[in-house]
Design a protein around this ligand. Structure first.
Ligand code: ZN
Length: 163
C-alpha cells in the first residue's frame, strides 16, 4: 500500500477529489467583493450578492493542495459578530464616560474652563505682577494648561470623526 493511500485511510476527513489523498479541515475568514463579471464571462453586471465577509471551512489536500467542499461556518461567524458587538458597546461606554468627565456637550467643557483659568492667571501675572510664593509654578501651569487644551481638543476632534 502506498504511503498516500495509508494516510488517506487513517484519517476520517474526506478524500481528495483529484488525487485521493488525505485532506485536512481548515477554517478561515473570508472577505469578499463580487466579481465584475459575476455570472457570465465577458459580461459585466452587478451581482445580487454584495460585499461581505464570512468564516469558511473547507478541506485541503495534503499532497496536491486542492481545496474542496468549502462552506460557510454560520455558528463561528455569528458568535464572532456578537463578540465584536459587545466589545464595541464596551468601548463606546468607556468613551462616553471620558466625554462626560471632560464636560463634552456641556455649556462649559473642560477646555473652555481651562482657557478661562489660563487667561485670568496670566492677567494676574502680567497686569498685577503677581509674585507671591509659588508664582513660578503658577506661571508654568498656564503654559501646561495651553498644551492640555490643544491635546484634548485634538483627541475630541478625532473622536467626533469616528462617531
Ligand atoms: Zn490531492
Amino acid at each position: 500500500m502506498s504511503e498516500l493511500k495509508e494516510k488517506a485511510q487513517s484519517s476520517d476527513t474526506q478524500k481528495c477529489i483529484k488525487c485521493g489523498g488525505r485532506t485536512a479541515l481548515v477554517s478561515g475568514y473570508w472577505n469578499y467583493d463580487p466579481d465584475q463579471e459575476p455570472y457570465t464571462d465577458g459580461i459585466e453586471e452587478s451581482s445580487e450578492v454584495g460585499r461581505g465577509d464570512a468564516y469558511m471551512n473547507g478541506f485541503i489536500c495534503d499532497d496536491c493542495n486542492t481545496i474542496q467542499d468549502v462552506f460557510v461556518d454560520e455558528e463561528n461567524y455569528k458568535s464572532r459578530l456578537s463578540e465584536l458587538e459587545s466589545e464595541l458597546a464596551a468601548v463606546k461606554e468607556e468613551r462616553d464616560k471620558y466625554r462626560e468627565a471632560l464636560g463634552c456637550g456641556e455649556a462649559w467643557p473642560i477646555t473652555d474652563v481651562l482657557q478661562k483659568l489660563v487667561e485670568s492667571t496670566n492677567y494676574l501675572l502680567d497686569v498685577y505682577n503677581y509674585d507671591r510664593v509659588g508664582w513660578e509654578e503658577v506661571s508654568y501651569c498656564t503654559k501646561l494648561g495651553v498644551q492640555y487644551i490643544e491635546k484634548i481638543n485634538a483627541v475630541l476632534a478625532e473622536q467626533a470623526l469616528k462617531q
